[in-house]
Ligand binder design. Structure first.
Ligand SMILES: [Zn+2]
Length: 282
């Protein structure tokens, strides 16, 4: 008993003294101790641009390329993205990763209030990402500097690219929390309480203001997440170590997840989306 108390006190002291770092990785729904990551460092994608899009092909590709490039230009990681084609929506392409601009019937497939939705398919026991798609809601996004209540396209895409590579929101608000979430999440108000005046809101923050372009730049939490999971010239790694004793996964304190049992195989698609629209401080 005494030993446990000491361990907890030391852990608490370390946590208080540690530099603020809030990033979080997307977790396997059925094994929340497992985080998601791509096994390869070069990720191709197809841009799906409908004929009736409110964005020209140049606008759509510029915003998309700009968003991927922000993540690709961080020195401590070597993740890379390649746009292999710009095509209208239609038949499958050998490259299944997509950025899809949706100009009709958004509400039939997605949450009406979401500016974009990123879907990731992954192995539930390994966290290995197989394919990812970003769907962009054209009705609420804009590239215009004369923004009137819409969301800045490149800002939205930069956030979604984070999800595309397996990075989660560092916290959730009452508006963004998934009531069916399998893994524990941090409340944004608790996280904000740890911020100092100098802290900048990470790009992976779950909420952004209309017309706000500030979240398009990556902050230290975002780059720490990127470089932790995809360190330059080294293999991708889990967000936290998965201790394995025989076939039993044991509790993992740093991220608050506990999972026990024998891993099983399977694939699962997870939906991650932002409910853009609430207020946000910067
Ligand atoms: Zn998000």
């Amino acid at each position: 008993m005494r030993g446990w108390v000491s361990v907890w006190l030391i852990a608490a002291a370390l946590a208080v003294g540690a530099e603020a770092s809030a990033f979080e990785c997307t977790r396997s729904d059925s094994r929340c101790i497992v985080s998601l990551q791509w096994p390869q460092r070069e990720l191709p994608y197809v841009l799906r641009h409908p004929e009736g899009s409110r964005f020209s092909e140049v606008e759509a590709s510029r915003a998309t390329d700009g968003a991927f490039e922000r993540w690709a230009s961080v020195a401590c990681s070597d993740i890379r993205f390649t746009r292999v084609a710009i095509l209208p929506p239609g038949p499958a392409h050998p490259v299944s990763n997509q950025v899809e601009f949706v100009d009709s019937d958004w509400e039939l497939d997605y949450d009406p209030s979401a500016a974009a939705v990123t879907s990731v398919a992954y192995g539930v026991t390994t966290g290995t990402i197989r394919t990812a798609t970003i769907a962009v809601n054209e009705f609420v996004t804009t590239t215009s500097s004369a923004c009137t209540g819409e969301f800045d396209l490149e800002t939205v895409l930069t956030h979604e690219v984070g999800h595309f590579i397996g990075i989660a929101h560092p916290c959730e608000t009452a508006a963004t929390i998934d009531p069916d979430a399998a893994c524990p999440v941090v409340a944004c108000e608790d996280l904000e309480a740890t911020f100092t005046e100098d802290d900048r809101v990470p790009t992976m923050w779950p909420v952004v203001n209309p017309c706000d372009r500030q979240l398009a730049s990556l902050e230290s939490d975002d780059t720490q997440a990127l470089c932790f999971v995809y360190p330059r010239a080294r293999p991708a790694q889990q967000c936290s170590a998965i201790p394995i004793d025989g076939n039993v996964l044991v509790s993992n304190k740093p991220f608050g997840c506990t999972s026990t049992g024998r891993p099983s195989a399977g694939i699962l698609a997870a939906l991650l989306f932002v409910l853009y629209g609430a207020r946000r401080r910067r």
